[in-house]
Design a protein. Sequence first.
Length: 557
Amino acid sequence: MAFDTRHRSRTLIDGPDRAPGRAMLKSIGYTTEDLRKPLVMVAHEWIGTMPCNYSQRALAQLVMQGIREAGGTPMEVNTVSISDGVTMGTEGMKASLISRELIADSIELCGVGYAFDAAVVIVGCDKTIPAGAMALARLNIPGVLLYSGSIAPGRFQDRDVTIQDIFEGVGEHAAGRMTDEQLEALEDVVCPGAGACGAQFTANTMATVLEFCGISPFGSSTTGATDPNKENIGLAAGKLVMEVLAQGKLPREILTRKALENGIMCAAATGGSTNVVLHLLAIAAEAGVELDIDDFDEISEQTPLIGDLRPGGQYVALDWDAAGGTPLLATRLLEAGLLHGDVMTVTGKTIAEEASTVVETPGQNVIRSLNKPLKETGGLVIMKGSLAPLGSVIKVAGHERMTHRGPARVFEREEDSMAAVLAGEIKAGDVVVIRNEGPKGGPGMREMLGVTAALVGEGLGETVALLTDGRFSGATRGLMAGHVAPEAADGGPIALVHEGDIIEFDIPNRELNLDVADEELAARRHDWRPSQPNYETGVFAKYARLVSGAELGAITN
């Protein structure tokens, strides 16, 4: 039996009793003929505050054109987004992870409210990507996720630069190795136009991961936001969603356990952002798939690191695109016998079939061959131990120290740690501890790129370690453990660390330990009291009351 392509919109549109609703829609240009066709939501997060999503309104028009040409009626839906890069290091950064839930909620609300038959969700900046997938999983209507694309690299002193360079430049400036004029010159060129941050930071990690999960058109994510071919990709996505609708293919049929495992392999093989742990756990929860934080370590341990991508490597997303894009990585992982090649994608082809279209550029070095990996195992490591009994996440790109033991430098919030770094108060061997920045304690689990990049810029990247119950940017590099759980606000062991306590990172044994006697810890726990919440009312307070721990994806169900 054929799938009813108006399986939801009939209840909104058809019948004499729906005349008032039709009248409202006709007032903004829809015709009777339009309203007899399937209604397709085209959702995006365009906002005039950042480059990441700045091309989305134009891209949405192309998607809508494709939908019309394929026999549907598109309707544009807009929601918010928060720029990590703009808000980094400020109170505003607490809004970033919270926005993931709000974006998913907004798209879900419109999807239900307007009884859309299908959806294309255009995504860009970090939290919009998992939010779009979460919304599609909740709605479970035929849908396509489309990444609006990454920014082109800037040019500074005859080299390519990304947002990572300007954050590290702040540390170099504080250390006296960069002048005011040089910092401003870098600032002027590092972001040359529209698009999300250009290396394998969180946005590009999640965009490519969701291709490997099958919910995004294969080969679409590495094309840059301003690449002329993005127009063809947008048009094709509009036509594709009508095919998906005709087939009745639903997101939860695509976002299976094997699909999510493929996504983890993509992140591990490319040295992707640690945020992939939070976001795939959240997507899995919405899709009804069992996924555990330990699964990331197990899969990463079996996956070679073959993507030489920044921040740990040399290249940016557009270089990957020129080398052969995501089909090239899929081909390598299939050759290794790792990828689930039979996983079905939104295009109606399996991932193995999609990978067969690969055209590898001769001489490319972006995606390594299997016999010359950057590292035999992937970039994601889950550590537990006495300081993180429910887990913490660290990214290992192939050249970091595997162990570190040093005295704790304890800070109750990110701003205090940043001030200490810029004042030269952090010394080689220290372990910087930033707490009360978790999902509940922040609230919102801020990223610490400002601090981690400043440490690198100060020349301490190879001699200092850092841990936090907050998060890291995909641009973070060095020995940095995030997502420490339980968080300080819940009385986790990170709340009991004192200045000067010895902390040990042991990556080979997957342990993050506090070298303090059990009796002393028990006494500290007896005296510990939770901090007053930073927000008593409003969206931040609501989020803090609802949010789960990082080990569960910081979800609010």
